[in-house]
Design a protein around this ligand. Structure first.
Ligand SMILES: Nc1ncnc2c1ncn2[C@@H]1O[C@H](COP(=O)(O)OP(=O)(O)O)[C@@H](O)[C@H]1O
Ligand SMILES: [Mg+2]
Length: 510
């Protein structure tokens, strides 16, 4: 019996058509898998269901009745709960307070009433064996390990007694035993008639937990299959499509890059990164692929020394560098372009000129020069011209620019610093198509000047189009390397899901 249908779902973010005519049909008492490459629209579809993304068009029915879900409260009323990989807990509140947040029990300033306490205890009870030692409901969420926080998140969603539960990469940061706990609770609620939409980067989890799965590709639903009757190769084929993506006119770089490495990394470990060794040659663009959240971003930040490293050696131009903080990383020749421009890359309310010169300020001070406004202005002016940043005045606030042009400012501020290695962390996420193409040509340009590039992208097409080589990451490790003709979307998806690789893995450490 069908419990949920979503049909004709469309959603556009700026220049990106995230969903076009997507659909999903889930039975009562079913765990339904949702499969698709990175960026295919799975999370957007789930967020439409949970009311956190407003679709351009959608027909949704629950229990055969049409419903409108325009905001989270609507989803709550229809008893839809969702858990994502990114946590939504309030770090400064206790576990109990978080569990009660948004329920009727939080009326009034205190949640320490008996009813609330019982609710919280019942919610957390099934997950106790997977939580940190010394766990208590009164601990602040911020003090828990990431895995425990994720379990609290799942407990919170299940405690609301949803009719439909969405688990979108919700097991990504969990250890095997914690995943098992979640699975057993999922099975329990499903036997009570609840429907679960399940997204996981571990194909094995999907085949273990689900009987059916719906496959999305480029924002469209391509099929719903019975997993028992579908081979892993067929799943990959469905996800990738027959006309696998071929790069645009400029074409993928297929240079055999010879010559000296500009970056050498040996045995690097950091939170989320396990024993990574890589080499990047001058002028080479090396991609970091795989499913999102497999340590790609953490690797870049560990190289940039803005997260602590546990071990590892780094050399630039074959001489070892000791980088213990961002300042020393910049001095050694690193630049990092974050994807999240608003929070990491830019001072939004400050002038464009100031944003452009801020990264190189230190360098010029170190050189013993005082900064003349005139030279700052000239450098910024040059950068704006070179990168074709469309601005009004250098004195305008960065927030006045379009997303793509803001991102070019982020890149520009680093180029003033003449880096040897540029680390790009999902640089075009949410950027419109025109600016995307311009950012691509900036990246190619940098490479042709001999800079080494490491590019993390949540968009497989970007990797295919730009990279000479792609390293595929899985749970913090580099598990595969694609180069030359083997850089294809099929290989990328298969490597990301580790199709044909049955080696067990116990998941991330917390
Ligand atoms: N808030 C956003 N702003 C702009 N683009 C977005 C946003 N969220 C997702 N996208 C884009 O929409 C597409 C689908 O993303 P998503 O639903 O997260 O895919 P999946 O979960 O399958 O990886 C991608 O191209 C992604 O970059
Ligand atoms: Mg997603």
């Amino acid at each position: 019996m069908t419990l949920l249908t979503m049909e004709g779902v469309y959603k556009r973010y700026g220049g990106v058509q995230a969903l076009k005519n997507a659909s999903l049909s889930v039975n009562a008492a079913e765990v339904h898998g949702l499969l698709g490459p990175n960026g295919s629209g799975k999370s957007t579809l789930n967020k439409v269901l949970a009311g956190t993304v407003r679709p351009d068009q959608a027909r949704i029915a629950i229990d055969g009745k049409p419903v409108t879900i325009d905001r989270p409260l609507d989803a709550y009323k229809h008893r839809v709960s969702a858990v994502y990989q990114q946590l939504s807990l309030v770090p400064d509140l206790s576990v109990a307070e978080n569990l009660l947040l948004g329920t009727e029990l939080t009326r009034g300033p205190f949640v320490n009433n008996r009813e609330g306490r019982l609710y919280a205890e019942a919610a957390i009870e099934p997950f106790l064996s997977g939580l940190d030692t010394g766990f208590s409901l009164d601990k602040k969420v911020a003090t828990l390990s990431p895995g425990s926080q994720q379990l609290v998140e799942v407990a919170k969603a299940m405690a609301r007694k949803p009719k439909i539960l969405v688990l979108d990469e919700a097991t990504a940061s969990l250890r095997r035993d914690q995943v098992e706990l979640v699975f057993s609770q999922v099975r329990r609620i499903v036997s009570d008639g609840v429907s679960v939409v399940f997204v996981s980067h571990r194909l094995e989890e999907i085949t273990t937990l689900c009987e059916r799965a719906t496959i999305v590709r480029n924002g469209e639903t391509v099929a719903t299959v019975s997993l028992a009757d579908t081979s892993e190769q067929d799943l990959v084929r469905l996800m990738v499509g027959d006309e696998a993506f071929t790069p645009s006119q400029e074409g993928r770089r297929t240079n055999e890059i010879e010559g000296k490495p500009v970056l050498t990394v040996r045995g690097l470990s950091a939170p989320g990164v396990r024993d990574v060794s890589i080499e990047v040659r001058r002028g080479e663009i090396v991609g970091l692929g795989g499913l999102q959240g497999m340590g790609q971003s953490e690797l870049l930040h560990a190289l940039f020394a803005d997260i602590p490293r546990k071990s590892g050696e780094i050399a630039i131009d074959e001489s070892s560098v000791k980088t213990t903080n961002v300042r020393s990383a910049i001095r050694a020749g690193f630049a990092l372009v974050p994807g999240d421009r608003g929070t990491q890359g830019l001072l939004m309310v400050r002038p464009i000129q100031e944003n452009l010169s801020i990264a190189s300020l230190k360098k010029r001070l170190v050189a013993g020069l005082f900064i003349s406004m005139k030279s700052e202005r000239k450098a910024a002016d040059n950068e704006v011209k070179q990168l074709n940043i469309k601005i009004g005045e250098l004195s305008d606030a960065v927030s006045s620019l379009s997303g793509g042009n803001q991102q070019k400012v982020v890149i520009g501020k680093w180029l003033l610093n003449k880096p040897r290695v540029v680390l790009l962390d999902d640089p075009t996420k949410g950027v419109d198509i025109g600016s995307k193409a311009e950012i691509y040509s900036i990246i190619r340009d940098l490479a042709s000047q001999g800079v080494g590039i490491v590019l993390n992208s949540s968009d497989d097409k970007e990797l295919l189009e730009l990279c000479d080589r792609v390293l595929v990451m899985y749970e913090g490790k580099v598990v595969d390397e694609l180069s030359g003709d083997s850089v294809t979307q099929d290989n990328l998806v298969a490597a990301a899901l580790r199709v044909g690789d049955k080696e067990g893995d116990d998941g991330q450490e917390n």
